[in-house]
Ligand binder design. Structure first.
Ligand code: NAD
Length: 521
């Protein structure tokens, strides 16, 4: 475990002010100073948006959206492809700022850059086909010509958390914009600069100014203002907040997509390769210091290899390079804030107090940084302990031993969450059968979380208390549209016409019987 000298991003103050001016807020706005999790020193002073500012953001986004909805899909895709290149070109700046605001290891900041490029390319290539008008069947062949059209919702409210400050907000607004919408985006206060640089790059890529608006402020103050105005709400955050967002959106009968918390399991089968299993469990549990919604908080290892796995996992966790710095070299950074640090500590203390044991970790490391906490694995975590069912969202995992697969499935599913899981085994066939029994939105076989998440063509999201709706794939685009059906009747009316009602009933019945015999769908 090591720490080099603290480096700060070499940002020009005038440039930072220019980025901050992208926040929809008045010049005399109330401002709050944010602090870096690396050293708790000030980073930027963020202007807060008032209700008038939020009104203005929606009005301006709406005006820009009217023009944007008339642009060709080719032009929209061109913007995304340029954005793809700009994000890859400016990766050093983006990683510096993500690390400064969020504290994560650079390799995890880079994951965000790569994912934004991946999603940009995917929707640049796929959106035109997914949004094109589709011919649909009418009730009777040749009698009705039917088309399904997709219209933008209008202005989408995007609310995003601090844990993946570039990736989550940006990859949610990209499909919204591709579908012809405007966006009002509220990133988390702690990671505003990352979001503003992303907006600047979108402008540089050719996105019309005004189409995506950024507002800032405390979540419980500004968040509801967005929910009250958006034509659709895309929310990522905790399950508790997600419930309030859904209830509020329901009052206005606007749709919402909720990407929420998890208590994800890594399952190690008896035939798993030990080295691979340890690597997957370790990455799943300690990526971004455990602050990843699809990260691992519960590890279930089969009894046949439990002893060897336990000691190998403990050794690997001890070997992880911790650090609070900007640059390469550490595998795990600090937690984002004193509050998040306190939550991880409290879960560990609560488990201890109630009889759990420690396999590895369990200590703060202030000499490395004020918010650095050791990668921690708990043993004998049981019912009634905080860490048993509740999401810790820190570098704390519980290790359980299992024997019987039916009982394993029951234990894995025994939580209100249902976001993600991983299974380690050489037998993909076995893993797929097991995966189908898990009540989670994504299952990774022989990978910690990235295989499913980076499959952008497939839906990503949670079952049960982990969410509502999906991002990625066709669903991640079409949710930002209203379906419209246009049907033109020709040849015959769908009504008695020249027949009496009784004759029409007989004719229609006969027609339906014939269509079934002809296997007409
Ligand atoms: P949070 O719910 O506190 O905040 C998320 C966002 O909502 C922030 O922008 C916040 O300012 C805003 N907000 C807060 N109160 C609000 C309110 N009353 N109305 C509207 N908006 C409000 O969550 P967090 O602690 O910032 O993020 C961590 C949580 O997010 C974890 O539970 C994690 O699992 C979850 N998460 C889920 C996914 C996913 O894709 N499923 C991805 C990342 C994070």
């Amino acid at each position: 475990m090591s720490q080099g000298a603290l480096r700060r991003p070499g940002l020009d103050a005038a440039q930072v002010e220019r980025w901050l001016s992208l926040v929809c807020a008045s010049p005399d706005a109330h401002r709050t100073t944010q602090r870096s999790p690396l050293d708790l020193e000030p980073t930027i002073t963020v202007p807060h948006s008032t209700e008038d500012d939020v009104d203005r953001a929606f009005a301006d986004a709406h005006a820009a959206q009217q023009r944007w909805a008339a642009t060709s899909m080719r032009e929209r895709a061109r913007v995304l492809r340029r954005f793809h290149d700009l994000v890859l070109d400016r990766q050093a700046l983006l990683c510096d700022v993500i690390q400064w605001e969020n504290g994560k290891a650079r390799t995890h900041a880079m994951d965000e850059v790569l994912d934004v490029a991946l999603v940009s390319r995917y929707y640049a290539r796929r959106s035109a086909r997914l949004l094109a008008p589709k011919r649909r069947r009418g009730a009777f062949p040749l009698v009705t010509r039917t088309w399904e059209l997709r219209a933008p919702k209008g202005v989408v409210a995007v609310i995003s958390p601090w844990n993946y400050p570039l990736d989550i907000g940006v990859t949610d607004l990209i499909p919204a914009v591709m579908a012809g919408n405007g966006v009002v985006w509220k990133p988390d206060l702690q990671t505003m600069l990352t979001a503003l640089i992303a907006l600047d790059l979108l402008h540089a890529a050719g996105l019309p100014r005004g189409l995506v608006q950024v507002v800032a402020g405390e979540g419980p103050v500004v968040g509801p203002m967005l929910v009250d105005r958006g034509d659709y709400v895309q929310f990522t955050g905790s399950t508790n907040t997600g419930r309030t967002v859904a209830a509020r959106a329901a009052q206005r009968l606007v749709g919402c997509s909720l990407e929420l918390g998890g208590k994800n399991a890594c399952i190690v089968l008896p035939d798993a390769d030990l080295t691979k299993a340890v690597d997957i469990a370790l990455r799943g549990a300690f990526v971004n210091a455990g602050q990843l919604c699809i990260g691992t908080e519960r590890i279930f290892v089969h009894e046949l290899i439990a002893d060897a796995f336990r000691s190998a996992l403990a050794a690997a966790a001890r070997d992880l390079t911790l650090g609070a710095n900007i640059g390469w070299g550490s595998a795990m950074g600090p937690l984002i804030s004193p509050a998040q640090f306190a939550r991880a500590e409290a879960h560990v203390r609560n488990a201890f107090d109630k009889g759990a044991d420690l396999l590895v970790g369990g200590r703060p490391r202030p000499e490395l940084g004020p918010l650095v906490y050791e990668p921690t694995v708990l043993l004998n975590v049981a019912e009634g302990m905080e860490a048993h069912r509740n999401e810790t969202f820190g570098p704390v995992a519980s290790l359980y031993v299992w024997r019987d697969e039916d009982e394993l499935v029951q234990r894995v599913n025994d939580t209100e969450y249902g976001l993600s899981a991983s299974i380690v085994t050489p037998s993909v066939r076995h893993a797929r059968a097991l995966a189908a029994r898990l009540r989670v939105g994504g299952v990774n076989i022989n990978e910690a979380f990235g295989a499913a998440y980076a499959s952008i063509d497939a839906p990503m999201g949670g079952m049960r208390a982990s969410g509502l709706g999906r991002r990625h794939g066709a669903e991640g685009l079409l949710k930002y549209t209203e379906a419209q059906t246009i049907a033109a009747q020709r040849v015959l009316p769908l009504a008695p016409g020249r027949f009496t009602d009784e004759q029409w009933a007989r004719v229609a019945t006969l027609a339906l019987r014939i269509l079934k015999t002809l296997r007409f769908r």
